[in-house]
Design a protein around this ligand. Structure first.
Ligand code: SAH
Length: 264
């Protein structure tokens, strides 16, 4: 069983690009498209450019926010034509595909992974990048690095298909570890407990809300002058996304800060 790749299109303005993205996905064997604040995916142009990948467009799900679109995902990869400041780790397309291929064989088998694509002109906003656990850049000419959206989806879909094709269907190889894969580690029974997997984006949002409350109530964060603190903290935890049970420990610590218990 492989990971389930979900292609998330944010703010797409040209319907033809959604058609091209659907075609690119389907040629590489992917079908799950999610749309956030995007133009009409069922326009005549979108359907024409999909060249027969109408099913991908027709089954695409629409969401009001990126947070809602990725709520059930345990890995969220943002794509960008340029390196960003204060970003989660930036990897090439192939490196991400290899990491996911390796994780597919172990802990992340059957779990949802989002590949997030930005708007044609401006790319992904900082707020969208804040929700990502990894950043992907297709290596290309440094002086001319912005691919057409449909082309970017094609390259990413191709690399993923190559890396995931070797993942055997059926029972995953029992290896411990998070999504980094587990090269060289001793084999151990694979936990089927979802709390041993990287948390979902929805779980992370609850944690960030809690953390924010505590940072403000303790006076550590001035909400009128947050500067880059929120973003820094967020990106640290996203780059090292905790498992569900680790998150429960952090939430327990935050609750204890809010309501200190006296030691008997
Ligand atoms: N100036 C924008 C370019 C937007 S191109 C930026 O810095 O990202 C539209 C979308 O195509 C991007 O948001 C990204 O999802 C994808 N894309 C284009 N070129 C890419 C590249 N070299 N690597 C990764 N994604 C790319």
């Amino acid at each position: 069983m492989s990971v389930e790749i979900v292609f998330v299109m944010v703010g797409t303005t040209h319907t033809g690009n959604l058609g091209a993205a659907a075609r690119a996905m389907k040629t590489m064997g992917f079908s799950q498209m999610r749309l956030v604040d995007a133009c009409s995916h069922l326009s005549a142009e979108a359907l024409a450019r999909s060249s027969g990948a109408n099913d991908v467009l027709k089954e695409a799900q629409t969401f009001d926010t990126l947070q809602a679109a990725i709520a059930d995902c345990r890995v969220v990869v943002g794509t960008s034509a340029r390196a960003r400041q204060l970003a989660v780790p930036l990897l090439s397309c192939r490196e991400i595909a290899e990491e996911l291929g390796s994780a597919s064989r172990s802990s992340l088998a059957g779990q949802k992974v989002a590949m997030v694509f930005g708007q044609e002109r401006s790319g992904l906003s900082n707020e969208s990048l804040d929700l990502c656990t990894r950043l992907l850049r297709i290596p290309c000419n440094p002086d001319f690095s912005s691919l057409n959206l449909g082309s970017a989806v094609q390259v990413v879909a191709y690399e993923l298909s190559q890396a995931l094709v070797s993942v055997p269907q059926g029972a995953p190889v029992p290896q411990p570890g998070k999504w980094k894969g587990s090269d060289g580690e001793a084999a151990a029974p694979l936990s089927t407990d979802p709390d041993d997997l990287p948390a979902t984006s929805e779980g992370m949002e609850h944690f960030f809300e809690h953390l924010d409350r505590v940072m403000v109530s303790t006076g550590f964060l001035d909400p009128d002058n947050p500067r880059l603190l929120r973003r820094r903290v967020r990106r640290y935890f996203e780059a090292n996304r905790p498992t569900g049970s680790e998150l429960a420990i952090f939430r327990g610590i935050l609750s204890a800060v809010e309501n200190p218990r006296k030691r008997k």
